[in-house]
Design a protein around this ligand. Structure first.
Ligand code: SAM
Ligand code: SF4
Length: 332
């Protein structure tokens, strides 16, 4: 018997969006994401190109329409362009997208676009050298800015910047970042920091900056009009009258978006995560290694697991234990 081709959970939500983490490695050490002395996984524990491609096939057979490749930093994987080209041609898939820190886009923007990548998210929290070095613990701002220019030149359908705003560290750059995006005709989303992994460098409660505050600051300069465009993600989008750039707000703390959650994630070790904010997971790598190249056992496991997708995350409950996974394992 073949498995059904639409994924729904026990709350009636249709799951058509998969975020696939392709590596836990990264050339940056962003303070909200990983510690300086992070230890990466032995390569044998990370999914191979073949395994990632088989997962992509299984999930599109199950009705997934969008796959986002993330990490860690996806562009540190040497086979990333071939992975994109294998996933981009899967029947039924509307698009493959990727999230990157931008440091290697000068080399990879064009090959990725030619391999079939339609949209690109690039993380950028600051336009100031010293802050960039302290937030990412690496001195590569010029490389990232040149990478963004290369991406604009490569002709993607859409490019979006992602900025995590931390009170007292970069909250005075909200408007300059919007202006940087407007000058290039690209979108920008502001993200509230999430409690993923134990970090040492700042107190998350003290640096918390709500999306409402970000919205207020931008509106003083550029009035924002709520957009009805559905993006199939947790962003709420706004438009400005005099620009084609859109502003997105991603608010895991202040605006719970779980009711419309259409996504699942696979970690770099092949664990299927049913919710970013919960610990429950299913080991798809074990199935992939037991039945190489066979999508049927994978699909059965996924359909069964989905019945356990939780109704919502619990980032808002203070005495709820924090998630010990770091974002680079999970795929942001
Ligand atoms: N390395 C790539 C990058 O930085 O874009 C892709 C992976 S990164 C984990 C994906 C996104 O997650 C980035 O935009 C990053 O800023 C965001 N991120 C990482 N840790 C976070 C946290 N604790 N809270 C909110 N966003 C976070
Ligand atoms: Fe690397 Fe992205 Fe995490 Fe920064 S947010 S450390 S770039 S994986």
């Amino acid at each position: 018997m073949t498995t059904q081709n639409i994924l729904t959970d026990s709350f009636g939500r249709t799951i058509d969006y998969l975020r696939l983490s392709v590596t836990d490695r990264c050339d940056f050490r962003c303070v909200y994401c990983m510690s300086e002395d992070v230890r990466f996984l032995p390569r044998a524990q990370v999914l191979t190109l073949e395994e990632l491609a088989t997962l992509g096939q299984a999930f599109t057979e199950l009705g997934v329409k969008r796959i986002r490749l993330t990490g860690g930093e996806p562009l540190v994987r040497r086979d990333i362009v071939s992975l994109v080209s294998r996933i981009a041609v899967l029947p039924g898939l509307n698009e493959v997208t990727l999230t990157t820190n931008g440091s290697q886009l000068q080399e990879f923007a064009k090959p990725l676009q030619q391999a079939g990548l339609k949209r690109l998210n690039i993380s950028l929290d600051t336009l100031q050298q010293d802050r960039f070095s302290s937030l990412t613990r690496r001195n590569k701002l010029d490389q990232v800015l040149a990478g963004i220019d290369a991406a604009v030149a490569a002709g993607f359908e859409r490019i979006k910047l992602n900025a995590v705003i931390l009170k007292g560290r970069n909250d005075d750059e909200i408007v300059p970042l919007v202006e940087y995006a407007r000058e290039r005709g690209i979108d920008i989303s502001f993200i509230e920091e999430m409690p993923l992994g134990q970090i040492t460098e700042h107190d998350r409660a003290a640096t918390y900056c709500s999306s409402d505050e970000v919205q207020r600051v931008i509106s003083q300069q550029y009035p924002l009009v709520a957009s009805t465009e559905a993006t199939g993600g947790p962003s709420r989008y706004f438009r400005m009258a005099d620009s084609k750039s859109r502003v997105g707000l991603i608010s895991p703390h202040s605006h719970n978006f779980c009711g419309a959650c259409n996504r699942i994630r696979i970690t770099v070790e092949g664990q299927l995560l049913l919710c970013l904010g919960r610990e429950n997971a299913v080991d798809l790598r074990a199935i992939l290694r037991r039945y190489p190249g066979d999508t049927e056992p994978l699909k059965q496991a996924v359909v069964e697991a989905l019945q356990y997708k939780p109704e919502r995350h619990r980032f808002d409950v203070e005495d709820e234990p924090q998630i010990v996974r770091f974002m680079n394992m999970t795929g942001g």
